[in-house]
Ligand binder design. Sequence first.
Ligand code: ADP
Ligand code: MG
Length: 231
Amino acid sequence: MLLKMDHIEKSFGTTQVLHDISIHVEEGEFVALLGPSGSGKSTIFNLIGGMATPDEGTISLNDKIIHGQKGLIGYMPQQPSLFPWRTVIENVVLMQELSGKPNYEEASEWLEKVGLREFKKSFPIELSGGMKQRVAFIRALLSKQNLLCLDEPFSALDEFTRIEMQKWLLSVWEENRKSVLFVTHSIEEAIFLADRIYILTKRPATIKEEIKVPFARPREESLLNTNEFFQ
Ligand code: ADP
Ligand code: MG
């Protein structure tokens, strides 16, 4: 099993935020974690990303327990923090710099794939919200981990850009066969993107339901065709 969270409990002070959370992601799967704001989705992500540790229960990656270990997953936090003093391409290779040798050529190819050819040497302030999301996503993708964890990556975008990004994410996922854990509060988005959905309740968060999405890929036809807006 790629990722397994088993009977996780987590409190902040006297407030219990997570109760008995058990989820898993298999190799190549696209899993969504769906729940209202404040239900504990980002807390689950921070536990997986090693930014926090569980009070009880275990988290394992490839059957090895990982508590508080950073850098094991491709992680895109809810606020995709690009460093303002670094150019776009320098932001993309950031994670690679930490672990070894930055690959500017590859970063450049990916930036071109997502339509940011002219923006490689720009600074984050010169980019739109959707462009920043793409940069943060490529940074997570190029960290070369098998599991990509994306915390509401498109929630700040307008409807058109969001649909464009959702389709783009699916095509990247289909090409690269990464496993994805995707956090969202949008039911529509979860159904469009995921193979499987976990639904969280609020206070403390527990898994209310697990749904297998009964769609066959490809899904391109199942949503508005927005291509004409972007060409
Ligand atoms: P979501 O991502 O689903 O919107 P969060 O995981 O961010 O929810 O937060 C769940 C709950 O945990 C909220 O009530 C939030 O206030 C609380 N919380 C999250 N992180 C902390 C923290 N570091 N200290 C105290 N409370 C926190
Ligand atoms: Mg959140």
